[in-house]
Design a protein around this ligand. Structure first.
Ligand code: DHB
Length: 295
């Protein structure tokens, strides 16, 4: 279990909080080459069944996160951490990834192909041609372990087309899913976040069925060397159990972590262990991917 990128990962203080919790690891806030202020506030709102956000990629810039991770890997050589990144253009993405390639970073890199909140910039992963081109260019020089963060897909043909592209590359993982993009939450007669007239990415309880469908669709289609990170709608140990049943090797917690703080990792882990004990499962391998169908 770990945080989902965007939650509790903007500053070193927040990252230390996740690191020192029951989480197995953390991922840093998606970094661009330079510091970004992001969109005007209010830009994140917890709501009863989840959350809505249009942060606009605020972050401290690649060097901030990379310097911290380089320092940390000397102090904690037996742990592995995730660096999330994306450029504001394909060129910037390559500049960033080349910096990571040339650095001593030994962790996992997550290329975020699914940021829905920067005005005028569509999500890369909804454009299959661009996605394929970027990945083919990246793997010409990038030799460290790399995975991608994906938005939810909603059509079986899109699962097929996306998986056919991802299977061409030596990806270490795909992370399903980012928020469901561009929802609208209304209170009384008003939106609840300022950017984009209230449109924002939806997380939390709302998105679990979509998240599970994406985890399982890619589990069914991807080469077994590509592991799946399950993200979306994890409030309880039962939710984490379902992600693993659908094929997840790791589970991320976003909205719930924002609502509850890092104590969520301990609670969810204990709830998951209790379910496993009840069912007589001793390891995750006993049930990972073993979702039952009705004949
Ligand atoms: C932001 C939101 C995302 O869902 C994401 O993947 C990256 C950035 C943001 O608005 O900051």
């Amino acid at each position: 279990m770990m945080n989902a990128a965007g939650v509790a990962c903007m500053t070193v203080e927040e990252l230390e909080g996740v690191k020192n919790s029951a989480a197995g690891t953390f991922v840093t806030k998606t970094a661009t080459l330079e510091f970004r202020q992001g969109n005007p506030e209010p830009r994140y709102q917890d709501v009863p069944l989840g959350s809505i956000n249009s942060m606009g990629l605020p972050n401290n810039g690649l060097d901030y996160y990379l310097d911290y991770l380089l320092d940390l890997q000397e102090k904690e050589p037996n742990r592995t951490f995730f660096l999330s990144l994306v450029g504001m253009s394909p060129e910037e993405t390559h500049t960033i990834l080349k910096k990571v390639q040339e650095s001593d970073f030994r962790g996992l890199t997550e290329l975020n192909l699914s940021c829905p909140n920067v005005p005028g910039k569509p999500q890369i992963a909804y454009d299959f041609e661009t996605t394929d081109r970027i990945l083919s260019e990246v793997f010409e020089y990038f030799t460290k372990p790399l995975g991608i963060k994906l938005p939810p897909y909603f059509d079986i043909v899109h699962f097929d087309q996306a998986a056919a592209i991802f299977n061409k590359y030596p990806l270490k993982f795909v992370n399903c899913v980012n928020s469901i993009g561009n929802g609208l939450y209304i209170e009384d007669e008003s939106v609840v976040i300022r950017p984009k007239n209230g449109f924002g990415g939806i997380g939390g309880e709302y998105i679990k069925p979509t998240a599970l469908a994406n985890v399982h669709a890619f589990y069914q289609r991807l080469n077994p060397e590509i592991q799946i990170i399950g993200t979306g709608g994890v409030l309880t140990g039962r939710d984490a159990f379902e992600h693993i049943l659908c094929g997840a090797s790791m589970v991320q917690v976003g909205t719930t972590l924002h609502k509850e703080g890092v104590g969520a990792f301990d609670r969810i882990t204990n709830e998951l262990k209790e379910i496993m004990t009840e069912k007589g499962y001793e390891s995750l391998e006993d049930f990972r991917g073993k979702l039952n169908y009705i004949d």
